[in-house]
Design a protein around this ligand. Structure first.
Ligand code: C2E
Ligand code: MG
Ligand code: MG
Length: 741
């Protein structure tokens, strides 16, 4: 303590204040001021001098420290100290300056205001210290009259308050900028605009009304114009949202909003604000009403705040675009697969029991694409999309895959009938009129699983079955289908393994001439003996092999086996025995079927016409031209062709004429009752047809002598059936030939 310092204190606080307005006010909140001085008297005089002072509506409250050390401690303990009136010289000459350093450096408190006081001008800190440590005022105690002290304290607290509000706003702003990415995930443009208005209202801390306006195009659904729309509002009627600005019926505001847009600048009026938001081509104007004008600092803060808003506004647009890209199909503008799964999620969780979800798979779309080009293909898809949207109920339509559409609607509206009806008329694509049909899988709400992905899987299961239906291409999901699917997958896995392990065998069922009774050939039939020794019927596993595509490799193997068998027969001088193999559609589809058959013939060096390919009529249903082209090519190389299961399929006679056939096989169903009175009409017709077409006719499934007799009467050429022999392994077949021919 230095006595000389205090000798000046008598001059302190001469009452020269006449500023009553700063003494007004009352309130519960206070400003905490720390008085640091080693002279207790200074504490009481200061307190007395400031006793009536009210700053920005708050009284002052005092803390007292009598040394630098105490001061540091108090500041650490009281975070709400706003001002320190600090004696420079206390326990040491620089005790005050150490407190300053402690506040600014150790505690990092940049907001606390500091007024240095000293009794001795000689102890004045360097100017650099005052700047560096952001000291509000430096006064010798003699200079501090009461009036000056009040003014100094008043100014310091105001400045604290401004710093605090700037800091607060900056923190708010930082929060907005940094949280913009999470904001984007949660908010649409509308929500973002709404949030912005709320933030602004909070920032101004007034009861404001506000409008967030932008051009409609690309923001408001179905608004394709450049007029101004109200994207969000605050304090006005909610009916204004998404309406044209004119709906506000305030010409002045509408005019100013447009002005602000064209002048690209904010407009600050005493009772209103027009704020221009622009970034990356995304522009908007915010209109706010004010109850009192903004201060300059508020305006500055606003500018900073608005640049953050502009960034967010751009981001929200970009997000919307990404969102569109992620959830919309670019071609049809319909929801895409991802979005459809989300829609199915809602479908699964809603309690609308009368709803149904469906998949629509266009049949043979790839043919259109291949034959007419992708442009036409795209136009076709767009046309289908458009037609699906004409369904009368408010269905949700999506494009789920290249040629697969999804639809969710009521069970009365989305039915096989209504969907099939949509495909009755051809679709227009470019110059083309394209007749297209489709397969449909349905899943009613009652069977729907709990998540969208699972529901999609359920509909898919139904769709896959629907595709196999020959007449009606639709199926409704039911839980048993899933067991079936599981079973099917297991079987396919087992078949693949067993085929790789060489567990498939080719057996032969003799075919005989009716007139001579001699064996003229054999049908090669696959046998699958599983590891546990059981035979699985081809009627079961062939469809699975076809479904999984395995039939392509298996079919190659069959053709090669058959050729090697022909070779063996030739070598054993059974010269006129034909071996027939069955061929499935996937074998034709893979493209190099013709070559595969020809190279088998070549590799095994067998006479081509001893190999016969059996195709069923149903093969023609799917892809007639592919099959016809391949067969014509094979026929050129003298391979024989038979039409299997004739009469059970749906092929039109016009296709029959185009096929290069050698034989017709009358299906067993027409043979079963053939010996009974009046039951042979179909067999008879087929035999006559075969003769007219100059084809050999062979009857399948003869089990009794009576059937054979009737066939003889009808003039059938050849027979195959259990009555003569069941399918048998290769060596048994050789034995059979030895015994019979
Ligand atoms: P499919 O081509 O119509 O073959 C004739 C089927 O009738 C054979 O059944 C044969 O065992 C059976 N069968 C022959 N005579 C009689 C008879 O008197 N009574 C009765 N009840 N049945 C008789 P399997 O061997 O079970 O073959 C079933 C189907 O599996 C074949 O019908 C054919 O479509 C398919 N398949 C068999 N092997 C192959 C193959 O290597 N490739 C392809 N793609 N399909 C094959
Ligand atoms: Mg056959
Ligand atoms: Mg058959």
């Amino acid at each position: 303590m230095q006595a000389s310092e205090n000798s000046q204190d008598d001059f302190l606080f001469i009452d020269d204040s006449d500023e009553d307005e700063i003494l007004d006010g009352s309130g519960e909140e206070t400003w905490r001021v720390l008085i640091v001085d080693d002279d207790p008297e200074i504490h009481s005089v200061t307190q007395l001098a400031l006793s009536d002072l009210v700053v920005l509506g708050r009284h002052l409250e005092y803390l007292h420290a009598y040394s630098g050390k105490d001061a540091c401690k108090l500041i650490e303990e009281n975070e709400d100290i706003v001002l320190v009136l600090l004696d420079v010289v206390m326990e040491t000459d620089d005790a005050g300056l150490n407190v300053v350093k402690h506040i600014r450096e150790s505690l990092g408190r940049l907001d606390i205001r500091i007024v240095l006081r000293t009794g001795q001008p000689g102890y004045a800190p360097e100017e650099s210290v005052i700047k560096e440590y952001d000291i509000n005022d430096y006064k010798t105690k003699t200079e501090l009259t009461r009036r000056k002290l009040v003014t100094t304290v008043y100014a310091a607290i105001r400045s604290y308050q401004q710093i605090a509000s700037v800091t607060e706003s900056r923190q708010g702003l930082e929060k907005i900028v940094s949280s913009s990415s999470s904001l984007l995930e949660l908010h649409t443009i509308t929500e973002y605009s709404q949030g912005t208005l709320q933030q602004l209202a909070q920032l101004i801390d007034q009861d404001v009304e506000g409008l967030f306006c932008a051009r409609g195009q690309g923001i408001i659904e179905n608004a394709d114009d450049l007029s101004f729309y109200i994207i969000a509002q605050q304090g006005f009627s909610t009916l204004l949202a998404n309406q044209k600005l004119e709906t506000l019926k305030d010409e002045q505001v509408a005019k100013q909003v447009k002005n602000c847009f064209t002048q690209k600048a904010h407009q600050y009026n005493d009772d209103s604000l027009y704020l221009y938001i622009a970034r990356g081509g995304y522009r908007a104007v915010i209109y706010l009403t004010l109850t009192e004008p903004l201060s300059d600092i508020q305006k500055q803060l606003f500018e900073v705040f608005l640049s953050g808003i502009a960034i967010g506004y751009e981001n929200v647009h970009l997000f919307q675009k990404l969102n569109n890209a992620a959830y919309k199909d670019w071609l049809t503008n319909l929801p895409n697969r991802l979005e459809f799964v989300r829609l199915l999620d809602t479908f699964a969780k809603d309690d609308c029991d009368n709803e149904v979800a469906a998949l629509i798979d266009l049949n043979h779309f790839s043919d259109v694409n291949d034959a007419l080009g992708q442009d036409i293909g795209n136009q076709l898809l767009a046309a289908v999309a458009q037609r699906l949207q004409t369904l009368s109920c408010h269905c949700k339509v999506a494009r789920v895959g290249a040629d697969v559409f999804g639809i969710i609607g009521t069970q009365s509206c989305v039915t096989p009938d209504t969907l099939v009806a949509l495909f009755e008329q051809p679709f227009i694509a470019g110059e083309q009129k394209l007749p297209i049909n489709a397969s449909f899988g349905f899943c009613n709400k009652e069977h729907a699983n709990s998540s969208g992905v699972k529901v999609l899987n359920q509909i898919n299961i139904a769709l896959n079955l629907a595709k196999k239906e020959r007449v009606e291409h639709f199926a409704y999901y039911n839980p048993e289908m899933e067991d079936e699917t599981q079973w099917r997958l297991n079987m396919i896995r087992e078949l693949r393994n067993d085929f790789a392990d060489n567990r498939l065998e080719l057996w032969y069922q003799p075919q005989l001439s009716l007139s001579t009774g001699k064996v003229i050939g054999a049908e090669a039939l696959l046998r699958w003996r599983t590891a546990d020794g059981n035979f699985i019927s081809p009627a079961v596993f062939i469809p699975l092999a076809e479904y999984s595509g395995l039939i392509v490799d298996i079919g190659d193997w069959v053709v090669n086996q058959a050729c090697s068998q022909i070779k063996v027969l030739e070598e054993k001088a059974f010269d006129n025995i034909t071996i027939s193999v069955n061929v499935s559609i996937p074998q034709f589809r893979r493209g190099n079927f013709v070559n595969a058959v020809l190279s088998a013939i070549k590799n095994h060096q067998v006479t081509p016409n001893k190999l016969e390919l059996e195709i069923t009529e149903n093969i023609l249903m799917d892809d007639p031209q592919v099959v016809i082209d391949a067969l014509v090519e094979l026929k050129k190389h003298d391979i024989s062709i038979a039409l299997d299961d004739f009469g059970t399929g749906f092929s039109s006679l016009s296709y029959l004429q185009k096929l290069p056939l050698d034989r017709l096989k009358v299906d067993r169903t027409f043979i079963i009752d053939i010996a009974e009175e009046g039951q042979s009409v179909i067999a008879e017709t087929i035999i006559d047809l075969g003769k007219k077409m100059d084809l050999k006719v062979i009857a399948e499934g003869i089990e009794e002598i009576e059937q054979q007799e009737r066939l003889l009467e009808l003039g059938c050429d050849e027979v195959q059936g259990f009555y003569y022999a069941k399918p048998m392994p290769q060596d048994e077949f050789l034995q059979f030939l030895n015994n019979n021919n």
